[in-house]
Design a protein around this ligand. Sequence first.
Ligand code: FAD
Ligand code: PYC
Length: 417
Amino acid sequence: MRTRYSAWNLFAAARAGHRDWAPAWREAEPKPRYDVVIVGGGGHGLATAYYLAKNHGVTNVAVIEAGWIGGGNTGRNTTIIRSNYLYPESAALYDFSVKLYEGLAQELNFNIMFSQRGMMILAHSRHDLDSHARWTNAMRFNGVDAEMLDGEAVRRLAPRLNFAAGARFPILGGFIQRRGGPARHDAVAWGYARGASNLGVDIVQNCPVTGFLKQGDTIVGVRTPRGEIRADKVAMAVAGHSTVLAEMAGFRLPVTSYALQAMVSEPVKPVLDTVVLSPAVGAYWSQSDKGEVVIGGGLDLYPSYAQRGSYATTQQVLAATLELFPSFSRLRLLRQWAGIVDVVHDSSPIIGPTPVPGLYLNCGWGTGGFKAIPVGGWTLAHVLATGRNHELAAPFQLERFATGRLIDEAAAAGIAH
Ligand code: FAD
Ligand code: PYC
């Protein structure tokens, strides 16, 4: 029988001290051999396992996670889903993902709380308006919804923005993707984990991969503190640790890891109905269903594997917040944290085979891979199951750094790289 989760179930479970509440997925001991081992239990690894089982009937699969599932960037991001990219290849990839998100709660029978309240990008100058018009046109040419807004329309959507005469960043307008919006990040990880586990996938937590097993040049498994695990194919979806695992496997990636931080205020009554981003000030805002104002900005300035943000960036993001939302000066900050993101030189992902036979890759989502979890899992599962790249992933191969066919999405990455 499928378990349904509702606010009442959760309330009743909390009152009962969570007694008799069945675990959502099976915690597995690693077996000595699988058809496919996926390293990394973030959204991309879990979605890959789910679609391997669901779309291709490949169920002898393990997801091997160093910590707890969703404990990396998947549980640390600001949950914005959108497909407002510039190039046709990216529009096709990310819009497929938004469409999968639109049906995901039903697909997984798990409330991922996707709230399509719109994602609005502000224009503070004539130059911003021109570039936003080009951005909007590119999206519409690619079949993705986008709408230019004048200053009054922006004010109606987010009246708390700073419209004062003489404001340092005057708001002249912007554009919106109305199908964009936030979802609950943990629920996405948990929903895919439960779905995969129900289809027979083993989810193994607290099990870091410390090396690869090789036969000649071919990867035939992984090494962990809980023993060796053999597999016909190994996939890695480890985000900020992609370069570390690639080095273990014997190749290099055009990826640099940085801390990306975010913060939330104490919960307050509804004050912001849409997601707002200002590329000019390098910050963005939304309000969670709990009432917290969610605040984020650009990357920390130097490469790092440390999962903590630097004070200089926190300060800059908060200064931008006070400039654009003066009334937020009354909010108290509740939490601040960071994740390690994997930034590729053209700000686009890598999905497919690696130069090492037997090893496949999903990485390089940088600051923007939460929105891509469904399509990242769908396309990686496809290449693992069939040996052929999915057509949506074909332009996003590692070999583009040899051919020069880069897809430079830095301008649409959401926040500064
Ligand atoms: P992760 O969720 O990081 O999962 C990788 C997993 O691999 C981790 O759980 C880690 O423990 C595990 N791992 C690492 N090494 C090993 C090993 N040796 N053995 C086993 N397991 C290992 N994206 C958006 O689309 N919208 C946003 O609004 C957004 N905001 C963001 C805000 C912040 C502050 C951050 C940090 C990121 C944001 N992102 C956003 C980016 C997004 O979170 C990531 O691109 C996405 O979550 C990547 O998912 P993943 O599954 O690839 O990686
Ligand atoms: O990809 O939309 C995004 C995003 C916004 C902030 C961080 N990432």
